[in-house]
Design a protein around this ligand. Structure first.
Ligand code: SF4
Ligand code: SF4
Length: 486
């Protein structure tokens, strides 16, 4: 007799009703009472149809039960289990077609910084590349930047838009090259019939009227790395002499926000150990400073460092993220803007049904370019010979790229093979894994509870929105514009 079993899924509740997130397809379904009863039974153990009938037909009726089983089977929430365990066959290893077009190039125009943030992955004990005594130039030359533009325009293939993000060190230390690169990329893009979109990340210390004017005029997207109010910012984000940076950056950011109105300006907060008050940081940066949106990321660090977030810290962070996410929900139900970008980004991935073979675009749609023109997985690996994927002069080394993708596919991460959050997490950031375990291939098992907890919160928000304001979700119907640069 054939038995039925639930396929891999995660059940959650939103808007007072149950939902399932189906892991193999990354699809979401709301369940009625009958479907919920069937799914619950089949999650506990395999059932034959007769057993299901015996337990559920009286309550739900034969016809209703039959229809529900058929519907759940159609959406592949349940399946026939002929040999126990057969449902757990390893997923096929699917690779993107190559050559995969480059969507986003992150140009590290300098590896130098005028701040000395204690937790910085580029300068602290966790650094991958020696930017002080190494062989890499401290600043990218105009010539290398031009070659990088040519590289990007070529490697972006048939994409209509190429995204160039300027990064550092402190990006604005090399403003002259940034400025020339934008002019050159515009001209070359126009010649080739391709639009070029520009953005940058900066610590804000070097902003001044002419730079702000240039960024506004050229519609350059700006993300400011800032940790919050003075006492939070000055804890780690300090100058080389140890003084805090808040009083220097705050007025400059105000000026930027006043004059640069052509693109929304975002803040990027690094969360560290110690008492967390995410709501206060959020309120300060949006209501008091005026940022359009704020994204939070836990610090990337090896364990044992003073600023590393503890297990308890992750729990605390999750609780506070949840509160802010529910505030986001209430705003979104009323079609009011809320700037908590972490939840919006995850909602978009959920809506698009993303099921990732790789955690991010690094080495695929996104690459980082070091000051000498070496191309690496992403900006955080730029300049690392061990993570090199080519040069802007010679192009992408397809063999190295293929070997990287082969090695880092989710199918190789056996620890993740039974995790319901893997369609969205896929093992997590390679840089975090490298810092934590010395190996980009390792899944980030130290933060699984946090990832699953946060994904569950976002699924709830998604379920709530799908019931209370489904029109809100329509904004995610468009294809993703660019790879995210974290
Ligand atoms: S790293 Fe952890 S949370 Fe992420 S997919 Fe793997 S097991 Fe799941
Ligand atoms: S998630 Fe990590 S590996 Fe991926 S692009 Fe961001 S920093 Fe690089």
């Amino acid at each position: 007799m054939i038995s039925w079993a639930a396929r891999e899924h995660h059940r959650f509740e939103a808007a007072g009703r149950p939902f399932v997130y189906l892991v193999p397809s990354a699809a979401i379904f709301a369940l009625d009472d009958t479907a919920d009863d069937v799914m619950r039974r089949l999650t506990e153990r395999p059932y034959t149809r007769d057993e299901l009938e015996a337990e559920l037909a009286e309550r739900h009726g034969h016809a209703e039960l039959e229809d529900t089983i058929a519907e759940l089977a159609r959406v592949r929430a349940i399946g026939e289990l002929i040999v126990p365990g057969a449902d757990a066959a390893p997923p096929p290893k699917i690779f993107p077609l190559t050559p995969f077009p480059l969507t986003t190039m992150v140009l590290n125009v300098t590896n130098q910084c005028n701040l000395a943030c204690t937790y910085c992955y580029e300068y602290s004990e966790d650094k991958i590349v020696d930017t002080e005594n190494g062989l890499k130039p401290k600043f990218m030359s105009e010539e290398t930047a031009r070659q990088s533009v040519e590289f990007m325009l070529k490697e972006s293939g048939d994409n209509k838009v190429a995204h160039i993000t300027f990064f550092g060190g402190e990006t604005l230390l090399n403003f002259p090259v940034l400025k020339q690169t934008i002019a050159y990329a515009r001209q070359r893009g126009a010649e080739l019939g391709k639009a070029v979109d520009f953005s940058l990340t900066t610590n804000g210390t070097l902003l001044k009227p002419e730079i702000i004017e240039f960024l506004a005029e050229n519609q350059v997207g700006v993300t400011i790395s800032i940790d919050g109010p003075r006492e939070v910012q000055d804890k780690f984000r300090v100058f080389h002499n140890g003084t805090g940076s808040y009083d220097v950056v705050a007025p400059k950011i105000q000026e930027l926000l006043k004059r640069h109105r052509s693109r929304p300006i975002g803040a990027r907060v690094t969360l560290t150990s110690g008492p967390l008050d995410i709501k206060r940081i959020y309120r300060h940066l949006t209501e008091e400073v005026g940022f359009w949106e704020v994204g939070f990321a836990p610090v990337t660090t090896s364990p044992g460092r003073g600023h590393a977030i503890s297990e308890h810290g992750y729990d605390e962070m999750l609780g506070q993220f949840r509160e802010l996410a529910y505030e986001f929900l209430e705003y979104s139900v009323e079609n009011r803007h809320h700037g908590f970008s972490n939840v919006k980004e995850t909602l978009e991935e959920i809506h698009k049904g993303m099921s990732k073979a790789f955690p991010c675009g690094a080495g695929l749609g996104l690459m980082g370019v070091a000051t000498d023109g070496d191309v690496a997985l992403c900006h955080r690996f730029a300049g690392s010979d061990a993570h090199k994927l080519g040069t802007v002069a010679d192009g992408i080394d397809r063999n190295a790229q293929h070997a990287f993708l082969e090695k880092h596919h989710i199918a190789n991460k056996t620890d993740c093979s039974t995790c319901w959050a893997r369609p969205l997490c896929s093992g997590g950031c390679y840089h975090e894994a490298h810092t934590r375990y010395g190996e980009t291939t390792r899944p980030n098992l130290h933060y699984c509870d946090w990832i699953r907890g946060w994904t569950d919160v976002c699924l709830q928000i998604y379920g709530e929105l799908s019931e209370r304001n489904p029109a809100y979700l329509a904004q995610f119907d468009e294809p993703m514009a660019a790879e995210r640069v974290s």
